[in-house]
Design a protein around this ligand. Structure first.
Ligand SMILES: Nc1nc2c(ncn2[C@@H]2O[C@H](COP(=O)(O)OP(=O)(O)OP(=O)(O)O)[C@@H](O)[C@H]2O)c(=O)[nH]1
Length: 714
């Protein structure tokens, strides 16, 4: 492998192998991590595109410089226009054979020279002119024309209509974010089913309620009995109407999934258990719905329980600012029981009424738009995206761009797994044919040709990578700043490789792991991916001293497990999020260095003072012995000691002698036991309190709250 590593030291082959292998998919290896792993190197010419294997192999993506890299070259790199003084050129020549003896070069914090994307976001639409685009981006018409020509498009006049894809590419090029707007003007709109997201606190009965609505039994089949995916399906109501439901997980780690659910939905069903009342995730769900400007229908569940108190729930919700119908507002409230199926017809009525009020319609014809709620990698079928169609009709054979991935739709399946040729508005569909795995939350857009799809996908990848590198660089600076507050010797870094079944859970697990960062331990997620743990994950973990997390993925083949064992790589395999976080939390606590602290090991009272006269002048002065009774704990001779008088510390020091009866001892234990004590100060008085103080290492604590939120308390 030909890497351009300047300087005397070569990179470890094991590292290079693992690094290259880990980057065959998306560029998920963070540069700051890389430079941390090889501290004597710094990096320049960082790519603004995803690192792919071939690029990595020819070594041209960035140049790695060893710390001993010559000062003259360094000056040139930092200020390209600068003339290097002759003296320094000499240094450079001398250094061809030998590294200079000098302090290692510490790269400046902001070494990435990538131009950041501006925070500006503009709306773009099909047919906008260059003039319009120039107005919105704030870039000159001439510059935009140059870019358009560079992407291979013809420009006749600045008033010619641009395709929305070209407008996006050009905007990205000038560092402006876009929102694609599709006008339905002139299109025939047809009624469409409502998309309803069921949200609420963990275990309040969201899945059971959906189960009851569709007469199946998903809740019983879920690992650990909790929802960890964003399930989407269509329920045919007895009235004949159909509703698309999204079930979101209640556990605290899945906040991003809930936010996605609220963003794609028309109505939120807020499930609150009648016995438990309003809880943290109930409030979070309310907030998500309000941010997304989505109406709420409240389902007070578990009304069959003797401890159910629906009135209390109503009052709680009212206090939280939800304007319930029965209290004069417009939020409908229904009392239900998923167990006895009580009130399900009322819930259905409420949803259909809400949908009717909203007059939900969508364009059936024309370019389709959809929203990815989940994505996973199937061994045989490749990347699969579950999406909800927003408008238009998604059809097999269409070229699509999904986030930064592209593909041609090979097949579409409905939520029962049946093949279908198209997906209509509000329909959840599984799309097959993408070249790479998109992210949950990505938009699906249909484009005219393969060329356009490739171009848009490449442009987006480039931008994504640029933003990611910048974010990683900022994160690194933040970490460095925090570690300045905490002595670096006391902060342990735990590198992790995270693999999970779908993109959504990868994100949830990664976010949850990051929430375990503390002043003592930094969980450094080096690499994430969808799918089972592979040999390249093990290689990477070995090269970086990382542990591997496998969430909701099948156990790795025995060969991989064996390789991991041999390399002493810890693998955390779990199917339930709180089990995973508990195990990792305890692992972190175990690895945390702890902070030095003191604790009172024992306390006693001075009952009497004995004076021992010095037997001869040469043997030293007279000695005062404090006769003590232990009130609590134990006395240990080697510890530190304190004398307290009227609650104030009057002395701190060490012990010269500890006696039990007439014998010298190191340790006296037990409330009520008496001993004689000589401290290196003899200013004690009857009634003083003597404390034996020990140094201890205080370890952090793993704390998980009722809503599943976890943290490490130092
Ligand atoms: N008595 C009674 N129990 C219920 C009812 N609905 C749900 N449960 C029970 O409550 C527990 C949690 O139900 P789930 O449907 O898994 O709750 P969830 O809100 O989907 O939980 P997450 O998926 O973890 O967010 C299960 O033991 C259900 O059997 C109900 O109406 N009455």
């Amino acid at each position: 492998m030909a890497w351009k590593a300047f300087g005397k030291k070569d990179l470890p082959t094991s590292f290079l192998k693992a690094f290259a292998a880990s980057n065959q998919g998306r560029g998920t290896f963070f540069l700051p991590n890389l430079s941390k792993l090889i501290p004597n190197f710094y990096f320049k010419d960082v790519p603004a595109f995803p690192m792919d294997h071939n690029v990595l192999q020819n070594g041209s993506i960035f140049r790695m410089f060893h710390a001993s890299y010559s000062p003259a070259l360094r000056m040139k790199e930092q200020a390209p226009g600068l003339r290097v003084p002759k003296k320094d050129r000499r240094v450079r020549r001398e250094n061809r054979t030998e590294a200079p003896v000098e302090a290692p070069y510490v790269p400046p914090k902001s070494k990435l020279t990538l131009k950041p994307s501006s925070n500006k976001t503009i709306d773009i639409f099909e047919g906008m002119t260059i003039v319009e685009l120039a107005k919105r981006t704030g870039v000159s018409i001439r510059h935009l024309q140059e870019i358009i020509v560079n992407v291979g498009e013809k420009v006749d006049s600045e008033f010619d209509p641009l395709s929305i894809d070209i407008a996006e590419l050009v905007s990205m090029e000038v560092g402006v974010n876009v929102r694609r707007q599709h006008s339905d003007e002139g299109a025939v709109l047809q009624p469409r089913p409502a998309v309803v997201t069921v949200m609420g606190h963990v275990d309040h009965g969201k899945t059971s309620l959906l189960d009851a609505l569709r007469q199946t039994s998903v809740a019983a089949k879920e690992a650990g009995g909790i929802t960890q995916h964003l399930g989407a399906f269509v329920v045919e109501m007895p009235s004949g109407a159909s509703i698309t439901f999204l079930d979101t997980p209640g556990h605290a780690a899945f906040s991003a999934m809930r936010a996605r659910g609220a963003a794609v939905t028309d109505i939120v069903v807020l499930v609150v258990a009648a016995d438990d009342g309003v809880m943290p995730q109930t409030l979070e769900a309310m907030a998500h719905a309000q941010v997304a400007n989505v109406p709420i229908v409240v389902a007070i569940n578990k009304c069959d329980k003797p401890s159910a108190d629906p009135e209390r729930v109503r009052i709680q919700l009212g206090t939280e600012g939800l304007l319930l119908e029965d209290l004069g507002g417009d939020v409908q409230v229904v009392q239900v029981s998923a167990k006895t199926k009580l009130g399900l017809d009322k819930l259905e009525e409420a949803l259909l009424l809400q949908a009717e009020i909203m007059d939900l319609k969508a364009r059936i014809d024309g370019p389709s738009q959809a929203y990815v709620v989940e994505a996973r990698l199937d061994r045989g079928r490749g990347p699969l995206a579950t999406a909800i169609v927003k408008s238009g009709t998604l059809a097999c054979g269409q070229y699509i761009v999904v986030g930064s991935e592209w593909g041609r739709i090979r097949s579409i399946r409905d939520m029962l797994g049946r093949a279908t040729s198209s997906g209509r508005p509000a329909m959840p569909v599984e799309i097959e044919g993408l070249k790479g795995l998109p992210m949950a939350g990505d938009d699906v857009v249909v484009v005219d040709s393969e060329e356009r799809a490739r171009m848009l996908s490449n442009g987006r990848k480039k931008k994504l990578e640029k933003d990611r590198l910048l974010k990683a660089s900022e994160e690194r600076i933040e970490i460095e700043d925090t570690s300045e507050e905490t002595p670096s010797t006391s902060r342990v870094e735990l590198p992790m490789v995270v693999k999970a079944d779908v993109q959504g859970t990868v994100q949830a697990v990664t976010d949850a792991l990051r929430s375990l960062n503390s002043a003592q331990v930094f969980v450094n997620v080096l690499h994430v991916g969808v799918g089972p743990i592979s040999q390249s994950d093990v290689d990477l973990a070995q090269a970086c001293g990382a542990s591997i997390v496998g969430f909701n993925v099948r156990s790795p083949p025995s060969g991989i497990t064996l390789a991991a064992n041999q390399a002493s790589i810890k693998i955390f395999m779990h199917k339930v999020i709180y089990h995973l976080l508990e195990e990792i939390g305890n692992f972190i606590v175990e690895k945390a260095p702890g902070v030095n602290d003191t604790q009172i090991a024992g306390e006693g009272e001075v009952l009497s003072i004995f004076e021992l006269k010095g037997r001869s002048k040469s043997k030293g002065p007279d000695v005062k012995i404090a006769g003590c009774r232990i009130l609590d704990g134990h006395f240990s001779k080697s510890s530190k000691w304190r004398v307290l008088r009227s609650g104030e510390v009057v002395y701190e020091g060490s012990c010269l002698s500890l006696k039990r009866e007439k014998n010298d001892v190191d340790f006296v234990e037990g409330k009520g036991n008496e001993c004689g004590l000589v401290l290196d100060c003899d200013d004690y008085k009857v009634g003083d309190i003597i404390q034996c103080v020990e140094d201890v290492k205080r370890k952090p604590r793993f704390v998980s709250s009722a809503n599943g939120a976890v943290r490490i308390e130092c």
